[in-house]
Design a protein around this ligand. Structure first.
Ligand code: HEM
Length: 450
């Protein structure tokens, strides 16, 4: 009986995956045909535009989940980090497996982290070592979980209200709101202020771009990032020196780190600086991009937009968050998380989709695909606000899960609430009302209201 049940479950899983792929294939054909017939630009531009839309990427993932869920190719697609080939991992259980097996699938960022700090590694570039545990433990004492409710969310709410109220009918979100609130968190809660708010935004954006997005290793991006790193190091050094000189005991991340230093002399000023650098880079461009992409997805779905707006008007940030994070599932900031195989190993062992991953291969764990895998997610193509939080892989999974995970969940609804509460919220006409994609981090996206 159990054997029969297992056979039935396996067949059902294949049927579900196949059906999902067929539907995805038809939707992809329709989108491509529409773009070719009615789009703007050359044929190639129209085709690339159609196929790189988030909805098309979701469809492509669905097709590959059915035909080649763990695909290994000899070509190096990411050339900015050492590797000797590429593996794509698409099923939810396999994505989780890659991110859980950090001994076999290692983070690759160490050389760039060292270049940014001017020496030591930062914990996102570390394996599960004593140093990783030391640094994350101290930083968790400096950046406490209960700060999210007590300090960070009230700060984000107040700043979002103030910034948004200066642009009551028409707002360019990144410039006037979504970059500014995380920059305020960095200065007022982390305790790291730049001479100008725009400096911190620019440094963090350049560094994030170089570390995580520049997959081809463009020299111009590297040069800009290394200059930004130098400036950021100086700004943090200055913040530490000023705090020490003033004798001020402020209850923020820097203040707590300096307190901790008294009992942990190895956590010297340089170590504090290096840990703060990583947090600053992580915080600004990501929160802004996530806010912009979530709102963009809502604007494409009138019913969901109406629900989110009602939650915003009622001041129900938990429900608003459910709308925003579901929207972000359809276009997350990081659709893929990459690792490098430390040794030759097998993924999805003892299944029909088991694949050998060669040592040195770059493994692209597609969390976007995982969040649409019908074997894990109930009716994944529907927009729903009742999904369990565990369905979302919006900022990593496993040991390196985002350090700001709790901040993100609280702050993104707080940032967007004042705008979503506006009557007749809509995109501005023309290109201004579409996310500006000229760089990986949206600089412009204008919405209007009555
Ligand atoms: C919506 C906004 C954010 C997104 C989408 C995001 C995304 C991510 C992702 C995908 C990872 C895992 C990287 C990997 O495993 O290779 C990560 C890790 C990390 N993030 Fe974020 N992040 C966000 C906000 C923040 C904030 C606000 C901070 C600072 C408070 C931050 C600091 C970090 C750090 C330090 C790590 C490394 C954690 C570790 O190695 O244990 N991030 N983030």
């Amino acid at each position: 009986m159990t054997l029969l049940k297992n056979i039935f479950a396996t067949l059902r899983a294949y049927a579900l995956t196949l059906l999902d792929a067929v539907v995805a294939l038809f939707s992809l054909i329709a989108v491509t045909a529409r773009a070719l017939v009615a789009g703007e630009g050359t044929l190639k531009e129209r085709l690339v535009g159609a196929l790189t839309r988030p909805s098309s990427l979701i469809a492509i993932c669905a097709i590959f989940r059915a035909v080649a869920p763990n695909l290994v190719i000899g070509k190096r697609l990411i050339t900015s980090y050492d590797n000797n080939g590429t593996a794509f991992v698409l099923r939810a259980t396999d994505v989780i497996e890659v991110l859980d097996r950090e001994e076999d699938f290692a983070v690759v960022y160490e050389p760039k982290m060292r270049a940014i700090t001017g020496g030591p590694n930062f914990f996102l570039g570390m394996q599960n070592t004593a140093q990783y545990q030391h640094d994350t433990s101290l930083m968790k004492l400096a950046m406490r979980r209960d700060d999210v409710e007590a300090l960070v969310t009230p700060l984000a709410r107040a700043r979002a209200e103030a910034y948004a109220s200066a642009f009551p009918k028409r707002i360019d979100l990144p410039q006037e709101l979504t970059l500014r609130v995380p920059a305020a968190i960095v200065s007022d809660y982390f305790g790291v202020s730049a001479q100008a708010e725009t400096d911190a935004i620019q440094w963090a954006t350049s560094l994030f771009w170089w570390l995580f997005v520049d997959l081809k290793g463009e020299p111009a991006i590297e040069t800009k990032a290394l200059m930004a790193a130098d400036e950021l190091r100086k700004a943090i050094d200055a913040a530490i020196a000023a705090r020490k000189a003033s004798g001020e005991t402020k209850d923020d991340v820097l203040g707590r780190a300096l307190e901790l230093q008294k009992g942990a002399p190895e956590f010297d000023d340089l170590a504090i600086r290096n840990n703060l650098i990583g947090l600053v880079i992580g915080a600004i461009p990501t929160i802004s991009k996530a806010s912009v992409q979530a709102l963009d997805q809502l604007l494409d779905r009138p019913e969901a937009l109406a629900g989110a707006q009602a939650a915003a008007v009622a001041g129900d940030e938990a429900l608003l968050g459910a709308y925003l994070f579901e929207a972000l599932r359809f276009n997350p900031v990081n659709p893929v998380i990459y690792r490098r195989a430390n040794r030759s190993t097998v993924i999805a062992a003892n299944t029909f989709r088991a694949r050998k991953i060669p040592e040195g291969a770059m493994v692209l764990a597609a969390n976007l695909s995982a969040m649409f895998d019908p074997l894990q997610i109930d009716k994944p193509n529907e927009f729903r606000v009742d999904r369990p939080w565990g369905n979302y892989i919006l900022w990593g999974y496993g040991m390196h899960t985002c350090f700001g995970a709790y901040i993100n969940r609280a702050v993104i609804p707080a940032i967007l609430r004042p705008v979503l509460a506006r009557p007749n919220l809509r995109r501005a006409a023309g290109a201004a009302g579409q996310i500006d994609v000229s760089t990986p981090f949206p600089q412009h996206f204008v919405v209007e209201s009555d």
